[in-house]
Design a protein around this ligand. Structure first.
Ligand code: MN3
Length: 192
């Protein structure tokens, strides 16, 4: 059974004007779709063809790892956003952010700083690292799963994520992501 491009959890224009339908057309329709296509080409007829995406990620390196990880990362990223997102987390997630960062605002400031200073292409993450929430960044396709960490939230900081809508202004994209798009319910569900 080939790997499939998951449906977007909202319409492609639902995140506008922060993230335009044009960005989604390229980012989901071209980039994410291409990673799925490459993954299927690389696994066809191999022992990985019927493995779970996570098992491929853990077993693979090189091009196979890059494509499998990018399929996972993008699916996770789409779910980290929703139309009219942002606002404040509640309950156990809000308590955990206060415990490990001081407050949700402190978390936002630290996350923005880390994501803005990730050099080149990569991802910024909120992770659960053995019961403590931490912010981390990864280069290219790398992801917390590969390091034994549980991802709670991510923001794609490859230029293709923001260049159409924000040009080179990564900090503006990060601010809009946190203030207007982040799906705290999804993040809270990942905390479990
Ligand atoms: Mn991307």
């Amino acid at each position: 059974m080939p790997f499939e491009l998951p449906e977007l959890p909202y319409a492609k224009d639902a995140l506008a004007p922060v993230i335009s339908a044009e960005t989604i057309d390229f980012h989901y329709g071209k980039h994410h779709a291409a990673y799925v296509g490459n993954l299927n080409k690389l696994t066809e007829g191999t022992a990985h063809a019927d493995a779970s995406l996570e098992d491929v990620i853990m077993a693979a390196d090189g091009g196979l790892f890059n494509n499998a990880a990018q399929v996972w990362n993008h699916t996770f990223y789409w779910n980290c956003m929703k139309p009219d997102g942002g606002g404040e987390p509640t309950g156990a997630l809000a308590e955990a952010l206060a415990r490990d960062f001081g407050s949700t605002d402190d978390f936002r400031r630290e996350f923005k700083g880390a994501a803005a200073s990730q050099f080149g292409s990569g991802w910024a993450w909120l992770i659960d690292n053995g019961g403590k929430l931490e912010i981390t960044t990864t280069a290219n396709a790398d992801l917390p799963l590969k390091h034994g960490q549980k991802a709670l939230m991510t923001c794609d900081v490859w230029e293709h994520a923001y260049y159409i809508d924000f040009r080179n202004a990564r900090p503006s994209y990060l601010e809009a992501f946190l203030d207007k798009l982040i799906n705290w319910d999804f993040v809270a569900a990942n905390l479990g």
